[in-house]
Design a protein around this ligand. Structure first.
Ligand code: G6P
Length: 616
């Protein structure tokens, strides 16, 4: 949801800003812009399209500067065009501003400003900020950071802001509420980013801004941070932290795309997510971040899982895991629905928020709501230091490493791994799992990375199946039990990156409507691994074949029944039923990937999407 980069220091700002934008492009890529401080005035370049379009446009332009701000946009208000691209300028061109978030009361503010004679150049909510800040600064004749604090006290919504001002050419003013922003501290130079990716190449000393913070970054004075919630507006001591990220992690490492790299990283990311959490003798599972809250979790009357997108699918898998192993009821909620539903929440409820980025606005709102009702709030997230990690009472990180491809792959399997460990740990302490079952699951869990390696080796076979699927306008994914969420995830992967319309269903639901869609043109991708309901799935497949549908199946190695009924079949290693989502999801990721490639789609940056949805 928009990426922000800014720089001030003695180096050339433009290359740093552009490299930073490329690294944040997963956050949005419908237009991009940069404002550079050149000889005491602001030069603005903006372009519709991707960051590379802006770069091409700037090839013939003067880009020399030592301070600047840059933005890659995911449109919320106003279509993606040059006018609506950030940065936005004050009328006298003395301020340039970039924004990630949504200003909810922008219409009333805009009307007010228009009544006072301001003429807007864009349809964005952001432009009100720059005019409001300038107006407050001029009217009260106060320093810019104070004007920002005053102006923001009138603003409702979420923001991460960076402002460049001709009055202090090497200074940047930053503000944060609800959208992420961090400052990388170099040797008398500063690197600002929506996350660590634009910063890690230069420094690993960072300050994560907190909600309400307004920071003044300048080369003459030390970093100054105040919080608009503090009525005395006292200076805060910056809390310097180490950025937990390496450059290799955010580069493609020889793969053609981030998505393919991330699919192939899964054996490692799953191992990393298990590391140190199962003791040497394999007798105890323990998630360090949850120890303090384990008792509360064991005594919970109910778990509520809130998440969005792929993380919601991981939540559905967890529902099966927790109910089956821990015997505590689980409800899985779309965070966006939960927050507006006036839900019934008790103090002995435990809300588990799952998020790769830790910045999804709806998931964070669900966390706030649950906290207000006195429930225990646990986070499962991938990005160290993200808002979710800070706003939850306890939690556990998935150690997937940075995920850059917009379609989530390794984060999903890492989430399922951590949720499995969590369920096993609770079940063990609660005594709801037999020793033999516990050992069976632990041993199998430890063998998952190697099983995924064997599936990845089948990439060429999956590529051939992709040739077939790529020619179809629709696809249906079927699964039952714990593999029903895998069917949903398979359909989501296919539609989001290849733009083929796809639906996921529990196989038995076919009869209640979707079966009407089946004819010789419809491919059905069925997860039919060895499981309790295997025979039922066989019947479901027969119903499809009777209507001339084409079966593409994911089966357990050695299967003959379903294989015999399928046009294409992908065999995967035998796995405990409760752990099959970890393996069955991988061929579906590869299938979606190759279908998208064949159809000429940009797999890392699918149209209209962004990786981190920090707006509602
Ligand atoms: C976006 C991404 C998805 C992701 C979802 C939730 O829609 O494109 O890949 O699953 O947000 O994101 P989160 O960071 O909360 O897991």
């Amino acid at each position: 949801m928009c990426g922000i980069v800014a720089y001030t220091g003695s180096n050339e700002a433009y290359p740093i800003l552009m490299k930073g934008l490329h690294r944040l492009e997963y956050r949005g890529y419908d237009s991009a812009g940069v404002a550079l401080m050149q000889s005491g005035s602001i030069t603005l370049y903006k372009k519709r399209g991707k960051v590379s379009d802006l770069e091409d446009y700037c090839l013939t332009k003067d880009t020399s500067a030592h301070a600047g701000i840059a933005h890659t946009r995911w449109a919320t208000h106003g279509e993606p065009n040059e006018q609506n691209a950030h940065p936005h300028l004050s009328e006298d061109h003395s301020l340039a501003l970039i924004h990630n978030g949504i200003i909810e009361n922008y219409l009333s503010l805009k009307k007010e400003l228009q009544n006072r004679g301001y003429v807007f150049q864009s349809d964005t909510d952001t432009e009100v900020l720059v005019h409001l800040i300038k107006e407050v600064q001029q009217k009260d004749n106060i320093p810019l950071d104070e004007a920002v604090m005053l102006a923001l006290s009138r603003v409702e919504g979420t923001y991460a802001l960076a402002i460049l001002s001709v009055d202090n050419p090497d200074q940047l003013i930053l503000a944060k509420k609800g959208s992420p922003l961090l400052i990388g501290v170099g040797d008398n130079e500063y690197f600002i980013g929506s996350d660590g990716a634009p910063i890690v190449e230069y420094t690993n000393k960072v300050v994560y801004l907190e909600d309400g913070d307004v920071a003044v970054v300048s080369l003459e004075n030390p970093l100054r941070i105040r919080n608009i919630r503090d009525e005395h507006a006292l200076l805060k001591n910056p809390h310097y932290q180490r950025l937990e990220m390496t450059l290799d992690q955010i580069e493609k490492g020889g793969f053609e795309t981030y998505m393919l790299k991330e699919i192939f990283e899964q054996p490692k990311s799953i191992r990393d997510s298990m590391r140190g959490r199962i003791n040497l003798k394999k007798e105890v599972v323990s998630l360090g971040g949850l120890i303090e809250y384990e008792q509360k979790m064991m005594n919970a009357k109910r778990f509520i899982i809130a998440a969005c997108g792929t993380s919601w699918h991981a939540g559905l898998v967890a529902e099966y895991l927790i109910e089956s192993l821990v015997r505590i009821p689980v409800e899985v909620e779309y965070a966006s629905e939960f927050r507006y539903r006036d839900p019934i929440l008790y103090e002995d409820d435990v809300l588990i928020a799952i998020s790769q980025s830790g910045e999804t606005a709806d998931t964070l709102a669900a966390v706030e709501l649950a906290k207000r009702h006195g429930a225990t709030v646990i986070g499962i997230c991938n990005v160290v230091g993200s808002t979710l990690a800070r706003e939850t009472m306890a939690g556990s990180y998935t150690h997937a490493g940075p995920e850059i491809g917009v379609a989530s792959t390794k984060a999903f399997t890492a989430q399922v791994t951590v949720l499995t460990l969590m369920a096993l740990s609770l079940a063990q302490r609660k005594g709801t799992i037999s020793k033999s079952m516990y050992h069976q699951l632990i041993n199998d869990l430890e063998s998952i990375p190697e099983k995924i390696e064997r599936i990845l080796a089948k990439e060429q076979h999956i590529q051939k199946i992709a040739q077939f699927v790529a020619t179809r306008p629709n696809a249906i994914f079927l699964g039952r039990g714990i593999n029903y969420p895998v069917a949903l995830e398979g359909a989501l992967k296919l539609k989001e990156i290849s733009y083929i319309h796809a639906e996921g269903y529990p196989a038995a639901e076919m009869k209640h409507g979707p079966i009407a869609l089946i004819d010789e043109h419809m491919p059905l991708i069925v997860i039919a691994t060895e499981q309790l309901t295997y025979d039922k799935i066989v019947s479901n497949i027969q119903e499809v074949i009777a209507r001339k549908g084409t079966i593409i199946s994911i089966v357990t190695e050695g299967d003959t029944t379903v294989k015999g009924m399928s046009k294409f079949c992908i065999e995967i290693p035998r796995t405990e039923e409760l752990l099959t989502p970890l393996v069955a999801s991988v061929p579906l990721q590869l299938l979606a990937y190759h279908v998208a490639l064949i159809r000429g789609c940009d797999v890392d940056k699918p149209r209209n999407l962004a990786k981190s949805v920090s707006v509602e």
